[in-house]
Design a protein around this ligand. Structure first.
Ligand code: CMP
Length: 232
């Protein structure tokens, strides 16, 4: 079956308030870009004037310290978007966005999107709500980096990861696939070795247990919450 841009955009939360005609109008403005895994889509400090909507795949949003260390600000998946900041404030790109998997994007240029935003306040409000959620998350993570040791940053990360990507069972466990140790380290501002040690300690205490599926881990979220409360 030939899936049209219209079909793909219908599933994107940003456009959920649009009727069929409006969706058709957005689809006509968008072009599809397929990008293989590990490619830079948007480069920090470069000019940018378009929005990318993630139709499939996953990207990481990173910034780099003066000494070249990568800080991963966010992981974004299907249904999310990026590039809205330069599109709205006309400043250079605030971060580098790299594909983590083979990904498909709908790409819309500023000059096409702005008239739509002016006509459709519902889309503009969703942009703002998403920007607020990203700012809240970044502030939360920054707060933890400045006040918590690495194990507790990891507990907080694992709890949020489970809430976002899976559901807890009646005994407080969830089953999920975790990012690599390097990707966890780049998000929690530490080294891969420190993350590996913290993960091993959780495995020893049977708070992290190998799951049945490929790459799956079972996480005792209730226990992590207790450990985090003890710290706070
Ligand atoms: P833009 O600045 O145009 O290009 C980089 C994009 O990364 C940016 O728009 C946002 O879409 C995204 N981005 C930048 N900072 C963050 C953050 N802290 N959390 C989530 N996404 C971000």
């Amino acid at each position: 079956m030939n899936i049209t841009m219209n079909d793909m955009l219908r599933k994107i939360p940003l456009f959920s308030e649009l009727d069929e005609d409006e969706l058709q109008a957005v689809a006509a403005l968008a072009n599809r870009i397929d990008t293989p895994k590990k490619n830079i889509v948007v480069q920090e400090d470069e000019p940018g004037e378009s929005l990318y909507i993630i139709l499939s795949g996953e990207v990481k949003v990173s910034s780099y310290t003066m000494d070249g260390r990568e800080i991963v600000l966010a992981l974004l998946g299907k249904g999310s978007f990026f590039g809205e900041m330069s599109l709205l404030d006309e400043e250079p790109r605030s971060a580098t966005v790299t594909t983590m998997q083979d990904s498909k994007f709908a790409h819309i240029r500023r000059r096409d999107l702005v008239p739509l935003l002016l006509k459709q306040p519902a889309i503009t409000l969703k942009f703002l709500a998403d920007a607020a959620a990203r700012l809240r998350r970044t502030s939360r993570v920054l707060g933890r980096i400045s006040s918590m040791d690495v194990p507790h940053r990891l507990y907080a990360y694992l709890i949020e990861h489970c809430q976002r990507f899976s559901q807890q069972d009646s005994e407080g466990w969830c089953t999920t696939v975790l990012p690599t140790h390097q990707l966890l380290a780049d998000q929690l501002s530490t080294s891969r070795e420190t993350i590996s040690r913290a993960i091993s300690a959780l495995k020893k205490k049977e708070i992290l247990v190998q799951g049945n599926g490929r790459g799956q881990m079972r996480v005792d979220v209730d226990e992590l919450e207790c450990m985090l409360e003890d710290f706070e």
